[in-house]
Design a protein around this ligand. Structure first.
Ligand SMILES: Nc1ncnc2c1ncn2[C@@H]1O[C@H](COP(=O)(O)OP(=O)(O)OP(=O)(O)O)[C@@H](O)[C@H]1O
Ligand SMILES: [Mg+2]
Length: 344
């Protein structure tokens, strides 16, 4: 499929954000609308699946309409529809997928079901229509995908080519942030609240383990989480005031150190010329600083607003599938568990 200006409508509903966006040529954001349920789920300290799907049903039509309106477009201006097929909560995914199918059927537009993680990676290609183009990532590259459910190092030799170099053997980085935030009685979601607390703390106050596994490309955060738990318990037992900011800063430094060091080492080992850092945790300021302060590799990190779940990234990934003549038949189903990359 080749055409000069291809406008893709992206729809995302895999977790707790209902999102719709229009992206031109896989890069230019014409609109990007997100209806977040985060405040609703905060009372449960995590995402409540049944509630999430009901909220998606309520929000999805208005979100797509808003994306069209903000881009000053109608359905007739679109060239394709991309929707998150998985991984995620099945009941949530189905809401976006069904609307996307209905729109494709009524407009005759091509449709493609996209892997949500692939979306996170393609967020590195995006920039807003009213700003200067950002440099386009070049292959081969190593991508660090760090989100609420995933921590993976992926080698990309070209578009849509994913080789898994390593992943986490226990918690995802974002999950570790969320769990440690709960231990420290900071708010949900944990990443932003730990980052905020860490700003007042000393990252060298506690020497938490950085989890260097024997396998050079795998991560582990459970030992770190346990070390934080022990520290918190020791302070509580001795009735001393908990140095929350210092613990948050030291924990954040340990996570950032492990993510940064392994990514740089993998990029060297596998001959990458550039690096992508994407997914919710890539919004973390300390992590962004760590990658920005090295000069060996050009590093692409999406704008903070594009790190967590959004539909522009789904449209961006969908565009690459359309360019490769990859479409989905209208009877495709959601895929709640769906690995993006394999180590083949
Ligand atoms: N500033 C930050 N620092 C660290 N972590 C952050 C920051 N902002 C968000 N996060 C973390 O990012 C995660 C959410 O990211 P994202 O929305 O990509 O995850 P998800 O969609 O739930 O999971 P996945 O993409 O793996 O399916 C949460 O765990 C959150 O704590
Ligand atoms: Mg995500």
């Amino acid at each position: 499929m080749k055409q000069t200006n291809m406008r893709v409508l992206g729809i995302e509903s895999s977790c707790d954000e209902t999102a719709a966006a229009i992206v031109e040529n896989g890069r230019v954001i014409e609109s990007n609308v997100i209806a977040s349920q985060v405040d609703l789920h905060a009372q449960f300290g995590g995402v409540y699946p049944e509630l999430a799907s009901r909220e998606h049903v309520k929000a999805v039509h208005a979100t797509v309409n808003e994306a069209l309106q903000q881009a000053h477009m109608g359905l007739g201006d679109l060239d394709g529809i991309a929707v998150t097929r998985g991984p995620g909560l099945a009941g949530s995914l189905v809401v976006g997928v069904n609307l996307a199918k209905g729109l494709a059927l009524s407009t005759d537009l091509p449709i493609v079901g996209v892997n949500h993680l692939e979306g996170h990676l393609y967020s590195a290609w995006l920039y807003p229509a009213d700003s200067k183009p950002t440099p386009e990532p070049k292959f081969p590259l190593v991508a660090l995908l760090v989100s609420g459910g995933h921590t993976e190092l992926i080698l990309m030799r070209g578009h849509l080519q994913y080789q898994l170099l390593g992943g986490t053997s226990d918690d995802a980085a974002g999950e570790a942030f969320d769990k440690v935030a709960r231990l420290l009685e900071l708010g949900y979601p944990g990443g932003p609240s730990i980052q905020k607390a860490a700003m007042q703390g000393n990252p060298r106050a506690f020497n938490f383990p950085k989890a260097r596994l024997n396998d050079p490309w795998n991560f582990s955060f459970s030992g770190l989480k346990t070390a934080v738990l022990r520290t918190v318990e020791d302070f509580k037992a001795s009735k001393k005031q908990l140095p929350t900011a210092d613990i948050a800063a030291s924990f954040q430094a340990a996570v950032v150190g492990a993510l940064f060091e392994k990514t740089i080492a993998a990029a060297k080992e596998f001959g990458a010329i550039e690096i992508i850092v994407a997914g919710g945790v890539s919004a973390n300021k300390a992590l962004r600083e760590a990658f920005r302060s090295q000069t060996e590799f050009r590093v692409h990190i999406p704008h903070i607003s594009l790190c967590t779940d959004n539909a522009a990234m789904i449209a961006a990934a969908g565009y690459r599938h359309f360019m490769a003549d990859e479409f989905s038949a209208l009877d495709f189903d959601v895929q709640a568990n769906w690995a993006l990359a394999t180590n083949a």
